[in-house]
Design a protein around this ligand. Structure first.
Ligand code: GLN
Length: 282
C-alpha cells in the first residue's frame, strides 16, 4: 500500500472477501477518516502517496474492521445531527435513528424558550452526549445536564461539549438515572438500554462486541430502564415539562403503558428511517 488508491482497493477487496456489506463505502470511509480527507478527496486522490506511518495505521485499522469493530469506533468519532462527536469505550456509538429523537424534541424546546426565554434540559444516560449536545447546539437559549453511570462516558461527553463550544451551557453528573440529580427540568430526554438480555448474544458482532453492554441491556424484558425513569420523572420535570425517549421497534405499547401508569400522557410517537416505532414523547 504505497498510495491512497492502492490502500482503498486493498481494504475494499479484504472487506468484501470477508463478506462485510458495503465494502467499497466502508473502505473509503475508514481510510478517508484515518487521513482526514473528504469523500471527494478520497475519490480524486488515488495517486496520493502514503507515508510509512499512514500505511501501517491503515493496515492495522483494516485488521480491526475484519474483527468486526465498526468503522466509526476505529476512527473514535462520528457525526451525529450535524455535530462531531468523539466515541469512547463506554459510550454507545450514536446511531442515525437517534437523530429522530433530537428532531422530535426540538419543537418542544423551542416552545419552552418562546414562553420562558430559556429551557433546562436533562439527558439520562448521555453517553457521548449526542442527544443533548445536538439540542444545545441548535438552541442557544437552552442549557442542561447529561448524566451517566460511566465515568468514561462523562469524560467523553464533557470533551465533546468543549469541542462544540458548549461548556458554558452543559454539565455532567455521575448518576444512576435520577439518583444524583437535583432540580427541575423543562425537557428530559433519554436513549436508555432497551434490548432484552436474552437477545444480546444474537446481536450483530459490531454491536454485541463493541458497544458497551450497559448501554444495550434493558434487563429480562428490555423495559427496566423505562420503569426506573418513569417512576421518578415526575419529581424532576417542571409542570408542563416534556419527556422524550428512544424505544425498541416493538416497545411502543409497553413503554406507553409504563409512562401512563406513572401519570404521563403520550403526546407524540415517531418512526425511524426504517419505519419502525422509535421515539415516544410524553
Ligand atoms: N439502537 C441500539 C441497537 O439496536 C440499541 C440502543 C439501546 O439499547 N438504547 O443496537
Amino acid at each position: 500500500m504505497t498510495t491512497l488508491g492502492a490502500a482503498v482497493a486493498e481494504a475494499k477487496s479484504r472487506f468484501s472477501a470477508a463478506g462485510l456489506p458495503d465494502a467499497a463505502i466502508e473502505a473509503r470511509l475508514l481510510i478517508g477518516g484515518l487521513l482526514n480527507l473528504s469523500a471527494t478527496e478520497v475519490f480524486t486522490g488515488g495517486d496520493r502517496p502514503l507515508t510509512h506511518a499512514e500505511s501501517s495505521r491503515i493496515a492495522d485499522s483494516i485488521e480491526r474492521r475484519l474483527k468486526r469493530e465498526p468503522v466509526h469506533r476505529i476512527l473514535g468519532k462520528r457525526e451525529f445531527h450535524g455535530v462531531d462527536l468523539l466515541i469512547s469505550k463506554e459510550t454507545l456509538e450514536p446511531r442515525p435513528d437517534t437523530e429522530i429523537l433530537v428532531d422530535s424534541m426540538l419543537p418542544y424546546v423551542r416552545q419552552i424558550v418562546a414562553a420562558k426565554g430559556a429551557a433546562r434540559l436533562l439527558d439520562l444516560g448521555t453517553g457521548t452526549g449526542a442527544i443533548i449536545l445536538a439540542l444545545l447546539k441548535e438552541i442557544p437559549e437552552a442549557r442542561g445536564i447529561g448524566t451517566d453511570i460511566s465515568e468514561d462516558a462523562l469524560k467523553t461527553a464533557a470533551e465533546n461539549a468543549a469541542r462544540l463550544g458548549l461548556t458554558e451551557r452543559f454539565a455532567t453528573v455521575g448518576s444512576d438515572w435520577f439518583d444524583q440529580v437535583t432540580g427541575r427540568f423543562d425537557i428530559i430526554v433519554s436513549n436508555p438500554p432497551y434490548i432484552r438480555s436474552d437477545v444480546i448474544p444474537a446481536l450483530e458482532p459490531e454491536v454485541r462486541d463493541f458497544d458497551p453492554p450497559a448501554a444495550l441491556d434493558g434487563g429480562s424484558d428490555g423495559l427496566a430502564a423505562y420503569r426506573a425513569i418513569a417512576a421518578d420523572a415526575g419529581d424532576f420535570l417542571e409542570k408542563d415539562g416534556v419527556i422524550g425517549v428512544e424505544i425498541g421497534f416493538d416497545q411502543k405499547e409497553t413503554v406507553t403503558a409504563i409512562f401512563r401508569s406513572a401519570g404521563f400522557t403520550l403526546a407524540q410517537a415517531d418512526r425511524d428511517y426504517g419505519d419502525n416505532d422509535r421515539v415516544l414523547v410524553f
